[in-house]
Write a protein that binds this ligand. Structure first.
Ligand code: FMN
Length: 220
């Protein structure tokens, strides 16, 4: 009798966990970027650095919105150009965001984060221990279908170069507002691409962790 009750409780818990896991992610509408404030650019250069200790504190919607816009948002709506340059204006780099609830992709035109896969895959975005707890891991993904006229060598070169500009924008935004960040090449790209359900013509280029700096007990 007891065993039957335990089994039925377990069955309920199991179906609840499936329900929670399978719960659909909803699109996140981002706020308009705040283009005032933050440290002046020269000071942001002075403070730019890589950090590898992160608090698990979530980023607010406003911070997430400003971060993504600084990274590669549309800064000239009349011509839909971006805060980062891209070779031949291909705009082939998509910004995926792995959070605790799932993976989203940044739609700069709609200023939204669109759901990609539910579930926490942060641990798969890198080989270093901090990636699983930091609130945000960005994954830079090249959409090779937008580069179809180029040779394989040029695709690799321009996708890497264009990612570098976006990543540096993220570094400078983080330096400007006191966030911690590090760009990362160390990861299992095949496993990550599978978890993100990427198409065959999408390629993971780099990842970048973003969060608040970890304040050690007794530290400042
Ligand atoms: C293409 C690239 C890949 C990198 N990959 C990693 C990485 O996998 N893990 C990591 O902790 N740092 C990584 N970094 C960060 C560098 O280690 C860091 O920029 C360098 O040590 C200089 O430190 P700084 O950024 O504080 O000036 C990478 C940097 C670049 C540009």
């Amino acid at each position: 009798m007891k065993i039957r009750r335990v089994l039925s409780i377990l069955a309920v818990l199991f179906s609840l966990s499936i329900f929670v896991y399978a719960q659909e992610l909803k699109p996140i509408t981002l706020s308009a970027p705040q283009t005032q404030g933050g440290k002046p650019l020269m000071q942001a250069f002075k403070d730019r650095k890589s950090a590898r200790e992160f608090s698990s504190k979530e980023l607010s919607l406003k911070v997430m919105s400003d971060l993504l816009w600084a990274a590669n948002g549309i800064n000239r709506p009349d011509i839909a150009h971006r805060t980062a340059p891209s070779a031949m204006n291909m705009q082939e780099i998509d910004i995926y965001v792995a959070k605790a609830d799932g993976v989203y992709v940044y739609d700069a035109k709609a200023n939204k984060l669109l759901p990609v896969v539910a579930g926490d895959i942060r641990a798969l975005t890198g080989k270093q221990p901090f990636v699983k707890d930091a609130p945000v891991n960005i994954i830079y993904v090249a959409d090779l279908s937008k580069m179809s006229k180029l040779s394989a060598e040029d695709k690799n070169f321009y996708a890497a170069a264009d990612t570098g500009f976006i990543s540096e924008n993220v570094y400078l935004y983080c330096a400007s507002v006191g966030l911690a960040t590090v760009v990362r090449g160390s990861m299992d790209k095949t496993a990550l691409a599978r978890a993100m359900k990427l198409r065959g013509d999408q390629k993971v280029i780099l990842a970048q962790t973003v969060g608040y700096p970890e304040i050690k007990a007794g530290g400042r």
